[in-house]
Write a protein that binds this ligand. Sequence first.
Ligand SMILES: *Cc1c(COP(=O)(O)O)cnc(C)c1O
Length: 479
Amino acid sequence: MSDLQSRLREIPQVSAVLEDARLSNLMEGRRRTWTGRIVQAEVDRLRERLREQTGAIADRAVLHEQVVAATLDRCGRLLRPAWTRVINATGVVVHTNLGRVNLPARAADAARTVATRYSDLEMDLVSGARGHRGRLVEQKAALLTGAADALVVNNNAAALWLAVRYLAKGGPVLLSRGEVVAIGGSFRLDEIIGETGSRLIEVGTTNRTTLADYERALVPGAVVLKVHRSNFAVEGFTAEVSLAELAALCARKGCPLVYDAGSGLLVAPTDLGLPAGESLLAEDVATGCDLVTCSGDKLLGGCQAGLILGRADHVAGLREHPLRRAVRVDKMTLAALDGVLTAYLEATGLPDVPALAALAQTPAQLQARAERLCAALAARAPVGWRLSVVADESSVGGGSYATAGMETRLVALAAPRAELESCHQHLRRQDPAVVARLNHDVLAVDPRTLAADEESMLVDAFAGAWNAASLGDRVVTRG
Ligand SMILES: *Cc1c(COP(=O)(O)O)cnc(C)c1O
């Protein structure tokens, strides 16, 4: 018998593994089908491994143990929620990898109620006839931005795709070469426009696009698109045509203008401590664009959604579009967005929206929070770690305000590099996990993105990570 054959002969039978007492305990009362599939997959993986392996032949009992351990591990992980709560200590407010932004509690409560109870989602309770709750949410968005009407879809990518598809109807779409951008891993303007069935006409050059460039390229039936450069800046010898100039040109030529605003800003950036210069959605709408699109979960501070704002006839047309159903949102999204927009409608000052509150903190407030955290962490830090409060910058994140940093205060933890790395890694394995910033020689915590009740949780997570990183035996309690 060949070496390989004798190796493979030791592979345990799926049925034998399933009879193991440890697994039958786990599977008691549970569906055999999925657990059986996991055992099968683990046995298949083992077979692949053995095919590639040389050297000593493990016997069946050892392999059986390996399959049981791997199965228990996978089943255990599958029976837990698919994600872990994270304390965002990075200071990046719109953090796409951490779920972008936190909803206001009222919006989350509204989503929960509508998710677990029947509601008048599509019924008018007065007449008993068919109605649309979504229309009221869209009216709120329209009123907040001054748009004639609004439509809510799955996300901004869907909003842009649907708006361009509807207005261009397969005709050419003009876009400045400097705005043919990629956002995130899967949003590329050239591809999105390709998928609308339209032909992209790039206008101008990478660094300079002038009104004359648009005028030359503008053919009857074309749609002009402008896209916010959310995640990068161009500097040096540059020229860009403003939305207002484009609107005037499009009005003169009778061509529709679509603006992808990216982040939906409803309050003045200066009220958030951000530099002036970014336009508000209301300003974009007022410029005379036919349609403006934005995300619901960037600076708007809501949930994943896309807003299409603009002319009533266009929005009505979009609402009837055969592909609209393919990009429509769930009732939980509508309820959450409704909660957020209502917070904006109610507000006399800054709306009660966590993302806005995180941005609006002053350096003095952040200094006080950082000092408090620094003291609490220092009381539990391992010997040899040096903690201090330092001035630095937070970023808005999520492709908003690409170059603007916001003044903040960090708790900087300095220690040997290996200890920092180990701690950083173990922080991510705590529950809640902590994602902090690891710079060259310090591990840093930015209080900007910590909720008030997360400060003590963060300290506990650090203590847990120090222990898990075996720095724990050196932990002394001071004071
Ligand atoms: C973020 C962004 C998008 C994508 O928005 P999603 O809501 O994530 O689909 C599109 N365009 C611009 C300019 C953006 O900044």
